[in-house]
Structures are given as structure tokens and as C-alpha cells.
Design a protein around this ligand. Structure first.
Ligand code: GLU
Length: 465
């Protein structure tokens, strides 16, 4: 075990976003690589926007990706006593104060500042007040030393300095008594012993404020690594316009978790020009130093390409388990049909997603294949009657359905009718599949088996026009 302690700290106000998943992954990988500890903390202090549904959605997604935590999940709503204590500590030490300013007054002042081209920030009205009116209040952190500055070296972005005058007296407790994000994140990261905070760079502006809070609370300041955001192809911040942004949507679209992991890691991290990484390789190779400073660009084609790769590389039995819900969704019942593993083997080469694979499996399990218009017009024609009859005879006579025995059976028809291989195989394939994409003719015959093959040739014969 090393001393490294990292965490992923999602707010449960929606599904797990691609960007969040990548942050979780980077934390996970580093913890595994350095044999540190990866903590999961649910930041649910915003009780109005946090829902159990989102918590479940996030946990499901983490589970699907295989990013199990070493400690947690912790819930901030279970830690309110601690936060209250810390608010009191800062109040007692004169490092925080009650602010009674009314929201409408603050709004007016903000507007005025904007009009005058000043940066809107709290003007400190309540900083030195001694009375304690019987009125609602928030608690603000009294930012120390207005002439000072705060410096830190971000592990990704490099050295950052912010003058204190840029910052203002942060609200740490709302009027309803609940604590705010910037306050509790500091307490938890410190109390949970985080040594490095890896998170999205949308939080980089919060970091100087948080560093002040660490110091005021007497905590050691951890290191920070702010990961650049993810953009769409148009270089705008990734949003629904660019496609699904929820990790679990990709599960539903038939992506494998390995593909998703491999894709996510490359959004901002690289290792030479390598593209394919197993989880073990990632754990071995991942470093924060190789996380780039510029934003990653989301590329759906690359994700699809990776998914095809992992579908090809997967063991059919594993795929079979993953494929089941997709078959069910398309109303495909495999009972009594061809061997699922054999079907999958034939589909692995030509499926980019599990949805496609399920679509590709449909003709195997249908009572009779559904003919596409083109295949019907081209092959279900009276001129083929003799051919189908000959095929039926030859394939009925074939005792074992494997290539060694099927090849001479087809050859006998080819020779008897004086046709080229394609002129025999194509109509036969159409009769068996209805025109759907399918593997080689021998594999197809073998997987379907004699009984279904004969039934499908009969069906074609009955439909000739
Ligand atoms: N809960 C914050 C969020 O979901 C993350 C806070 C952090 O990582 O410091 O944006």
C-alpha cells in the first residue's frame, strides 16, 4: 500500500456523465497503479437537487465500468454534524461570520457592480457586525489578507497564482443551515485523508478558495490535478447535441464496458500512439504526467471502432450473457433455436455494437427469415425452382453439416446445373437469411442445421414468383 489517497466525488443531480466517468477512471487507475486507496463520496448536500435515483444511476454506471471503490460510498448528508461543528469552529475563531444581507439587496449590489464594470463580489457589509438580529442568516468565510495571494502547483495545469482580492467571502452555510460545496469538500477531502484531488477543471476556480479554507481549518492542503474538459467535434463543450453524454446510454446502445473504459482514458491521456489498452495495461501505464493540458475531443466513430474491436476479441460465452437483454428487447427468443455461441461467433466479425449483434441474430431465430425487398425480387423467382429443388435434395442427403461434407454437396449441384459457385450460394443464402448480412455459407448452414435449412428452402420454394 502507498500513501496515495484519491477520490471521486459526484453530485447526485443526474446520470453519470462521460466527463465524470473519465474523472472516476483517472482516480481509479492511479490508485491501482500506486496501490493507493480510491474513495467514492456522494456529494449530496444540495438536498433540493440530489435524488436517490441519481445516486443509483451513478453507482450502476460505476459498477458497469468496473470502477469499484476501496472505501465508500460515503454520503455527505450523513456528515452534517461534522460540518456544523466546523462552521462553529470557524465562527468561534473569528474566521467566519453571520451575514444577514437580504438576497434582493445583494442582487441589487451585484447589478450595480456589473454596470460599473467592477467584478461583482460581496462587499463585506456584515463582516464586522457585532449584533445578532433575530433574522435568517448565512455564514460566510472571512477571507484572510486581502492583499495576499494563493499559489499552488496543479499537477496538470502547472503553477497557478490568484490574488485574494479576486476572491470574496464565500458562503459556507446557507440560510436553511445546510453547508455548501466548497466548504464540505475541503472538510471531507482533509478528514478522509486525500493526498491528491483529481477532478474536472470546471473546479479550478474553486481551488484557491478551498486552499484558504484548508488553512483556516488547520488542515494540510492536498495536491490537485485538474483534468481538461471534453469537447464535441465542433470544439464546443460536450453536450447532448453531440450525442449521448450519459455513460449508461452507451450501455443501452450496446457498448462493452472495456470499450468505454478504453475510449474514456484516451480523452486526455495518451501513451505514445497506442490505442488499445486492457484494464491491466492501463493500471501499469497510467500517469498523471501523461494527461494533456488541452481538452479532449469526443469522437463517436472511434468509440464505435473500439467497440468492434472488443466485440471481436471477447469470448462468445461472455458476449452471450451481455447479449441476452438486447435479444429480449428485440423480441428474439433463442429457445429451441440454433446454438447461441455458434451464432455469436458468426456475428462477432460484423457487429459494432450488441444492438447490431442482436439485429444480426434475428434471422437465425425467426421461424422463417423475413425477406428484404431486394433479396425477394432477385432470388425468389420461378427461374430458381430447379436450383432450390436440387439444393434441397443435396442438402437433405448430406449427413453431417460441416464444411467437409457440405462442400461436396454444394459442388454436386454446381456441377449438375453447370453454374458458378455464386449463382448457387447467393440464392441459397437468401433463402436462409432473407438477405440479412451473414457469415460464410458453410458456417451458416452448419449453425442453422439440416432441419432448419430444409424448412427454409421449402419456404423459398413456396414463395417463388
Ligand atoms: N461534487 C462535485 C461535482 O460533481 C465534484 C467536486 C470535486 O471533485 O471536488 O462537480
Amino acid at each position: 500500500m502507498s500513501d496515495l489517497r484519491v477520490r471521486f466525488a459526484p453530485s447526485p443531480t443526474g446520470y453519470l456523465h462521460i466527463g465524470g466517468a473519465r474523472t472516476a477512471l483517472f482516480n481509479y487507475l492511479l490508485a491501482k497503479k500506486e496501490q493507493g486507496t480510491y474513495v467514492l463520496r456522494i456529494e449530496d448536500t444540495d438536498v433540493e437537487r440530489s435524488t436517490q435515483e441519481s445516486v443509483d444511476a451513478i453507482l450502476d454506471a460505476m459498477n458497469w465500468l468496473g470502477l469499484s471503490c476501496d472505501e465508500g460510498p460515503f454520503y455527505q448528508t450523513e456528515r452534517f454534524d461534522l460540518y456544523r461543528l466546523k462552521v462553529q469552529q470557524l465562527l468561534d475563531e473569528g474566521k467566519a461570520y453571520r451575514c444577514y444581507c437580504l438576497p434582493e439587496d445583494l442582487d441589487a449590489k451585484r447589478e450595480e457592480a456589473m454596470k460599473q464594470g467592477r467584478k461583482p463580489k460581496y462587499d463585506g457589509t456584515c463582516r464586522n457586525r457585532q449584533d445578532q438580529p433575530d433574522a435568517p442568516f448565512v455564514v460566510r468565510f472571512a477571507l484572510p489578507d486581502p492583499n495576499g495571494e494563493v499559489c499552488f502547483v496543479d499537477r496538470i495545469k502547472g503553477p497557478i497564482t490568484v490574488r485574494n482580492e479576486e476572491l470574496d467571502d464565500l458562503i459556507i452555510q446557507r440560510t436553511d443551515g445546510t453547508p455548501t460545496y466548497n466548504f464540505v469538500v475541503v472538510i471531507d477531502d482533509a478528514e478522509m485523508g486525500m493526498t491528491l484531488v483529481i477532478r474536472g477543471d470546471d473546479h479550478i476556480n474553486n481551488t484557491p478558495r478551498q486552499i484558504h479554507l484548508y488553512r483556516a481549518l488547520g488542515y494540510e492542503v492536498p495536491q490537485f490535478a485538474h483534468v481538461p474538459m471534453i469537447l464535441g467535434a465542433d470544439k464546443k463543450r460536450l453536450s447532448k447535441r453531440h450525442g449521448a453524454t450519459s455513460v449508461m446510454d452507451y450501455k443501452e446502445q450496446g457498448f462493452l464496458p472495456e470499450a468505454m473504459i478504453n475510449y474514456l482514458v484516451r480523452l486526455g491521456w495518451s501513451h505514445g500512439d497506442e490505442e488499445i489498452f486492457s484494464m491491466d495495461e492501463l493500471i501499469e501505464k497510467f500517469t498523471i504526467d501523461a494527461v494533456g493540458r488541452s481538452a479532449g475531443v469526443f469522437n463517436p466513430e472511434k468509440l464505435l471502432w473500439l467497440n468492434s474491436h472488443y466485440i471481436k476479441a471477447s469470448d462468445p460465452a461472455t458476449l452471450a450473457k451481455l447479449l441476452l437483454p438486447f435479444l429480449a428487447k428485440q423480441g428474439i427468443d433463442t429457445t429451441g433455436g440454433p446454438d447461441v455461441l455458434a451464432v455469436i461467433k458468426g456475428l462477432q466479425e460484423r457487429s459494432s455494437t450488441l444492438v447490431q449483434m442482436a439485429e444480426g441474430a434475428a434471422f437465425y431465430y425467426a421461424e422463417q427469415p423475413e425477406f428484404d425487398v431486394k433479396a425477394a425480387a432477385k432470388f425468389l423467382i420461378e427461374e430458381n425452382r430447379n436450383l432450390f429443388n436440387e439444393l434441397k435434395t443435396a442438402l437433405e442427403a448430406c449427413s453431417r453439416y460441416d464444411e467437409t461434407n457440405l462442400e461436396p454437396a454444394l459442388n454436386s449441384v454446381i456441377q449438375k446445373l453447370g453454374l458458378k459457385f455464386g449463382k448457387v450460394a447467393q440464392p441459397l443464402r437468401a433463402a436462409l437469411t432473407g438477405g440479412a448480412p451473414s457469415p460464410g455459407i458453410y458456417e451458416l448452414l452448419e449453425v442453422l442445421g439440416k432441419e432448419r435449412v430444409i424448412k427454409r428452402i421449402d419456404n423459398a420454394l413456396n414463395r417463388l414468383k
